[in-house]
Design a protein around this ligand. Sequence first.
Ligand code: KIV
Length: 277
Amino acid sequence: MSKKITIKWSSQAKKTGQKFAVISCYDYTSALLAAKCPIEMLLVGDSAAQFMLGFESTKDVPVDYMLNITAAVSRAAPNLLIIADMPYQASVSAIEQIVKYTQRFINEGGADIVKIEATKNDIETIRTVADAKVPVMAHIGIRPQSENFAAQATTAETAVKLIALAKQMVEAGSAMLLLEGIAEQAAAIITKSVNVPVISCGSGPGCDGQVLILPDILGLTDGPKPKFSKSFANVGDACVEAISSYAQQVKKGLFPDDAHCYHMKPGEAEKLNAILK
Ligand code: KIV
């Protein structure tokens, strides 16, 4: 069994320049598959709202659902670093309640760190969670919970602000950072100027690690995708083919065949017929 990936491990990876790969996934079976790959971290993202529950917005995902899927992913991949995503419905609570939710993601969800979408208004939240000894990761840049999907830090002026915000998050106790949709030049500067590991979600190659969501990597869904997302296979087509073969075999009476049926013990079918006569 390989060694558990920890936040300490990722700090060491940052120091030595070893890049790490992160996947956002939402269930036990996918996490088992991911754990067979050279992946270091699993993020149980609130994008589950769209990909698992069919909601329009990440804001709609229930907190208990996120807790349950975080626990499922942790059970599948105990040796990977598990990042819980603090859902919107928990983030809008009072600060004491936010701390309690983050503790539940660690204690019940089995997560190693809790990611919180944050602006300058949330610096005290990050500080309070960190002071409560809950490992916390500030997620800055595009924040899907705010429903603003425009690329960030695309001008010098906005980049300066975002670089300052990243430093403030780390000063407040953020043990790692996630940068989403930030211009690569600014993201690279942030990564160099903070001493904590930085994960890029569409923020270019200069960060310490990269995250993509599993449905995009596998090519499971059609429709528009963010500029930064990339499919590495077309598993969606393979799924449609497999499900269609099953349906056709059912319709033609070819499935189930003898190999996929249980049978009565020898002589018992004849006995049953005699009883029923
Ligand atoms: O919800 C999610 O999957 C995320 C991303 C950063 C990929 O937060």
